[in-house]
Ligand binder design. Structure first.
Ligand code: PEP
Length: 244
């Protein structure tokens, strides 16, 4: 079986206006053209910057993704973006079921599942996020929560080229806290047992240039979904470099 090539994905969230977004994308593109990264790289800018960032990273090998999509291909859904629109704008990935969508917008496993199906319909690879809250971890139910979310949101027919899983403990996102290596490995192993062979599982939650090498060396960790540290080209690049 071919080794799983690591993927380092940047989730810019609701950050970046044209000048800083283009500066960030441009610097990443320059670095990627100068020396090919040892992993696949992806940036997911806010919707307003997708086109511009697509031009800035063209020819660099860095892929472009959306942060969310609607389940329908088009229609009267003010403010939403379809997977087809993301594809048309140059995206090849879309993040689905991020904890900020699940917890701040009340999205359910069924919603995430419908969005994964929408991504596939449009020809995008979905990055499906799962992860437990602090209370769930403290109650000892992290594995069952993550596996339950996976069961509820991964459609039949998933293949490694169409789906990437991201384990993102909710309490580790943007907090500077990370699980122990043993805890990350335990979740990734449990998820691995439930997905097709060859599918990548990313870890996300307070990854930075200092802890990246240790986290990326954990068995069954196939890359990272990076929030805050993806907003600085040097930090994001250093995390990608830790895949070497
Ligand atoms: C995220 O929101 O997907 C994330 C991992 O954020 P951070 O790296 O800032 O914890």
């Amino acid at each position: 079986m071919a080794a799983r090539r690591k993927l380092i994905a940047g989730n810019w969230k609701m950050n970046g206006e044209r000048a800083d977004g283009l500066a960030l994308a441009g610097e990443l593109a320059v670095r990627a053209k100068a020396s090919a990264p040892a992993c696949d790289m992806l940036v997911c800018p806010p919707a307003t910057l997708i086109f511009a960032v697509g031009f800035a990273i063209a020819g660099s090998g860095i892929a472009l993704g959306g942060q969310d999509c609607h389940a329908a291909p088009k229609g009267a859904f003010t403010g939403d973006i379809s997977a087809e629109m993301l594809k048309d704008a140059g995206c090849s990935y879309v993040i689905v079921g991020h904890s900020e969508r699940r917890h701040l917008r009340g999205e359910t496993d069924a919603d995430a599942r419908a969005k994964v199906e929408a991504a596939w319909r449009a020809g995008l690879t979905a990055i499906l996020c799962v992860g437990e809250t602090k209370g769930e971890r403290e109650a000892g139910s992290a594995v069952s929560v993550c596996c339950g979310q996976l069961a509820g949101s991964m459609p039949d027919g998933a293949t490694p080229d169409k789906l990437v899983i991201a384990y993102e403990p909710v309490w580790a996102i943007g907090t500077g806290l990370t699980p122990t290596s043993a805890d990350i490995e335990a979740i990734h192993k449990a998820v691995r047992a439930k997905i097709p062979e060859g599918m990548r599982i990313l870890y996300g939650g307070s990854v930075n240039p200092k802890n990246a090498a240790d986290i990326l060396a954990i068995e069954d960790v196939d890359g990272g979904l990076i929030g805050g540290a993806s907003l600085k080209a040097g930090d994001f690049w250093a995390i990608a470099d830790a895949c070497r």
